[in-house]
Design a protein around this ligand. Structure first.
Ligand SMILES: C[S@@+](CC[C@H](N)C(=O)[O-])C[C@H]1O[C@@H](n2cnc3c(N)ncnc32)[C@H](O)[C@@H]1O
Length: 238
């Protein structure tokens, strides 16, 4: 089955086998299907809030991934809000994937899952469509630690994919760390685009009659953090 490079990248970051993988906000279910093909979990859960979509996903799964006679079903479909995710018990290994939604919603969903399951050991793979700085900041506040991070580009859009967990002690850097290889063209273009974005916000803020000092300081800090990654300021020789 043909899936996007972004979903391929996410699937390639699933390197262990889990008891359960939750493909949240799954829409068409293509990522979960790829994870079934890869045999990445005992059970792959397809979760989305739109009933018609989930009906279509169920029909396709019944057809292409039928349960073996006498064997356990390898997938489940849940038409629910991801905030209400019915996780398995805490002894089971579980990976929650949320991709293709805005950063604000993604953070709300991660917060809700953690709040409902405070004793669980969980891993997340997260790929928001916007607001990655705010996502990183929120994940660090939620005391999640980094496992892995990647930068990728598809259809002229850049995506950061974060693999984080409740167990990792590695801090989540606000502008990313491991993912950068500043010798690559993609990194240079993404860095410049991100800097341009925040510099435009800074100009807008400075033109406002009533200055929000805290916001000005925050934006300046973000810009400085990204500027520190520029080749002339960076010892990154990977
Ligand atoms: C653009 S699709 C993303 C599909 C896929 N994850 C990807 O990355 O290509 C976003 C999906 O999120 C679903 N969604 C949005 N909010 C949700 C929520 N709170 N709970 C469950 N699904 C949600 C929408 O119904 C939609 O199908």
């Amino acid at each position: 089955m043909k899936i996007s490079q972004r979903l391929e990248k996410i699937a390639s970051m699933v390197q262990s086998r889990y008891d359960h993988i939750w493909d949240c906000c799954c829409d068409h279910g293509l990522l979960g299907a790829k994870l079934l093909d890869n045999n990445s979990a005992d059970t792959v859960h397809f979760v989305d809030v739109v009933p018609e979509l989930m009906q279509q996903v169920s029909t396709k799964l019944e057809r292409f991934y039928p349960s073996p006679i006498g064997g356990a079903k390898r997938w489940q479909v849940h038409c629910i809000d991801v905030a209400q995710l019915p996780l398995a018990n805490k002894e089971q290994t579980q990976l929650v994937i949320i991709a293709g939604v805005g950063g604000e919603l993604l953070v709300e969903l991660v917060q809700a899952i953690l709040a409902r399951n405070p004793q669980h050991t969980l891993e997340f793979i997260l790929c928001p469509v916007h607001h990655i700085f705010e996502v990183r900041k929120a994940l660090a506040t939620l005391q999640l630690g980094l496992i892995d991070e990647h930068l990728m580009e598809e259809n002229q859009r850049f995506y950061e994919v974060l693999h984080v967990s409740t167990q990792s002690q590695l801090p989540i850097a606000l502008v990313g760390e491991q993912m950068w290889d500043i010798t690559r063209s993609i990194d240079l273009r993404y860095l410049q685009k991100t800097l341009d974005h925040y510099q435009r916000i800074q100009v807008g803020l400075l033109q406002k009659p009533n200055q929000d000092e805290d916001k000005n300081i925050e934006i300046t800090q973000i810009i400085n953090a990204y500027k520190a990654l520029q080749p002339q300021n960076c010892n990154n020789t990977r």
